[in-house]
Design a protein around this ligand. Structure first.
Ligand SMILES: [Zn+2]
Length: 190
């Protein structure tokens, strides 16, 4: 007679080890192979950025053309706020020194949907600290107040309504078109 619970008591760790022993988990990939794959990937990235006359920056938010578009869009937003709004941070309304300037979202990027991701009224110049919830957890409230001051009462309502409309992300071809539209004006430092 098999004791109750006998099967469930079989240590799963050992079972998995057994499977692993029979089917090695990609252990054949040598360090050199992995390094060369990385180099190819990096080469492709450099080539893609170069095809738009750009060098790969230190930090890239998104991969592929989306990353290039965000890089240019973020520059455009910061340039707009330096030129038209005296370089004031949307959160604290103080001047943003070059080097700590970032383009930040009111409705956070990870949750705002595609229609707001690159919306000019959802993106503004901010201090890097004001754009970081760890340092400025209440930034959203201040942003909302200041955005309404800038564009008028009802702006947040309008943006919230846009958020509810499900937006379809651009195709690679569309990204290409929009990158080419933005890049001639944004190819200089902010
Ligand atoms: Zn600030």
């Amino acid at each position: 007679m098999i004791k109750k619970g006998f099967i469930s008591r079989t240590p799963t760790r050992i079972v998995r080890k057994g499977i692993m022993a029979r089917k090695p988990f990609k252990r054949d990939l040598s360090v050199e192979k992995r390094k060369s794959r990385k180099r190819v990937k990096r080469g492709k990235k450099t080539a893609l950025w170069a095809s738009y006359g750009l060098t790969v920056p230190k930090y890239i938010r998104y991969s592929g053309r989306k990353g290039i578009y965000w890089y240019l869009f973020s520059k455009m937003i910061r340039k707009r706020d330096y030129q038209e709004h005296e370089g004031l941070c949307m959160t604290c309304q103080k001047y943003v020194e070059k080097g700590s300037d970032q383009c930040g979202h009111l409705f956070p990027a990870r949750d705002c949907g595609f229609n707001l991701l690159f919306h000019p009224q959802n993106n503004h110049l901010q201090h890097s600290k004001c754009n970081n919830p760890r340092f400025t957890p209440s930034a959203g409230i201040h942003n909302a107040i200041n955005i309404e001051k800038r564009y008028g009462i009802g702006t947040i309502d309008k943006l919230a309504a846009i958020k509810l409309i499900k937006g379809k992300e651009w195709s690679q071809d569309q990204y290409d078109i929009y990158i080419k539209e933005l890049s001639p004006t944004m190819n200089t430092d902010v």
